[in-house]
Design a protein around this ligand. Sequence first.
Ligand code: CO8
Length: 256
Amino acid sequence: MEYNNLLVEVTDGIALVTLNRPQALNALNKALLDELSHFITVAQEDKAIRVIILTGAGEKSFVAGADIKEFASFNGEQGERLAAEGQVNVFNKVENSCKPVIAAVNGFALGGGLELSMASHFRIASTNAKMGLPEVTLGLIPGYGGTQRLPKLIGKGRAMQAIMTAEMFSAERALEIGLVNEVVDLENLLPRCKEIAEKITKNSSVAIAKAIKAVNDSDKEYGFETEIKSFGYLFDQEDFKEGTTAFIEKRKPNFK
Ligand code: CO8
């Protein structure tokens, strides 16, 4: 698939994916979502990719939401389909990606933009980041998982307030409430995300994939079972032999 709204750059196992519609502050239109869905699917099987970093083009915005102009004339049925397709084809795929996905939040992360960063496995923000769910100002509610993921990340009361008031969190506040893991200057955002990604690439990718699955199941009643089964599965994998042998031989593991 040819990408017209994504820039993809793969270096040393790290895929830097830039959502590239700066003229619309990288708002998520159908074409961009289709491309992102395709990329995430293909990346699962691509051995050259071990970690994915998502960011927005330009210095102002990660993603300023779903493309309002595209859905402004939709009726209820079309709106429901848009939310359902987006959730299944993009947001859930990002969350369940077996390759770690880091959101490098470089400015506005609003509505669907905040939702995309929340579907990612964790978020690093630049000091100019502004994050919020302004959907009620449009007569809507978050439709790409925001009502479900925000309470898990920052607590129900804070999520309720943020959604009802549509207020934006500053980067500093987002850090304080655990919405982002770190805040750095804009110029250091990608270098810092790459530094974290590089650390991840040194570890066992098969173990990391299982860790993602187990952590994602942590709010399910079978979460502990997922952990137990994954733990057992990993004992039969090459990486376990390499990891334990390297420890005993006092050297760094060389995971394939
Ligand atoms: N959709 C479409 N175009 C957008 C969007 C958007 N979400 N955000 C910005 N743009 C466009 C603007 O229209 C403008 O285009 P143009 O130059 O052609 O007029 C261009 O980007 C630059 O934007 P501004 O001139 O507005 O830039 P400012 O710096 O003045 O303001 C803001 C920046 C505050 C981010 C402002 O652009 C804004 O409020 N944007 C909308 C934010 C928003 O409401 N986002 C939520 C959208 S709804 C949503 O995400 C729902 C998700 C769930 C969907 C489920 C299925 C429907």
